[in-house]
Design a protein around this ligand. Structure first.
Ligand code: GRF
Length: 210
């Protein structure tokens, strides 16, 4: 099986990107090569992480395009140029266009810091997710890796793991524990994808064992 070529889209500090970089390096992620990291934010530390690891890093400025569709077409062109197989959204703060999602059907994965379908959808990103969990009084939250479809956080779920909410938790302490779980789940999901172990059956993703 030829190596899957991965592109990562990230808007921020890129700790999830780092977990994939480390996973490929350590051999936890098999059959994969990270070809490209793209950010919509010039100052995203994710770009530096890519550079530090010899991975091509591009800042593509949304402001340089007339609209959402044009921007996404530009992203798509970069993907096609490098024959990217898998797109990973690792803290990417924009919604992909329908055209992009169609072009990479069942080949885009996202990490979300809650147990979908709770605390997800439009507007649920960053600290807001954990704030809502605390305000709601939920006893359990967690992380979800899922395929991306045309909706927001609605695609088939690949992996989930729960994190208990403590009485003393703040947004920061909860975010930290959830992030640790994200860093274990995302490389696992990327490895399963790259080894062709994921089968989408309607809403359900079955994981094939060897
Ligand atoms: C993570 O919590 C991820 O779940 C969410 O955005 C955050 C990105 O963190 N989509 P990082 O940039 O990977 O450190």
């Amino acid at each position: 099986m030829s190596k899957k070529k991965i592109a990562v889209l990230a808007s921020g500090r890129g700790t999830n990107l780092q977990s994939i970089i480390d996973g490929v390096k350590s051999g936890q992620i098999n059959n994969a090569a990270i070809e490209l990291v793209i950010s919509d934010k010039k100052e995203a530390y994710a770009l530096e992480r890519a550079g530090n690891n010899g991975i091509e890093a591009l800042w593509i400025d949304p402001g340089a395009f007339p609209g959402h569709a044009e921007y996404n077409n530009a992203l798509l062109q970069e993907m096609h140029k490098r024959e990217i197989d898998l797109v990973v959204l690792a803290g990417y703060m924009r919604i992909l266009s329908e055209g992009f999602v169609k072009a990479y059907k069942d080949a885009i994965i996202n990490i979300h810091p809650s147990l979908i379908p709770a605390f997800c959808g439009k507007g649920y990103y960053g600290e807001r997710v954990h704030m809502e969990v605390l305000e709601y009084g939920a006893k359990v939250t967690g992380a979800t890796v899922h395929f991306v479809d045309e909706g927001t956080d609605t695609g088939p779920i690949i992996l989930q793991k729960a994190v208990e909410v403590d009485r003393e938790d703040t947004v920061q302490s909860l975010a930290k524990r959830v992030l640790e779980v994200e860093h274990t789940l995302l490389p696992l999901a990327v490895d399963l994808y790259c080894r062709d172990r994921l089968r989408i059956q309607g809403r359900r993703v079955d994981i094939e064992t060897e």
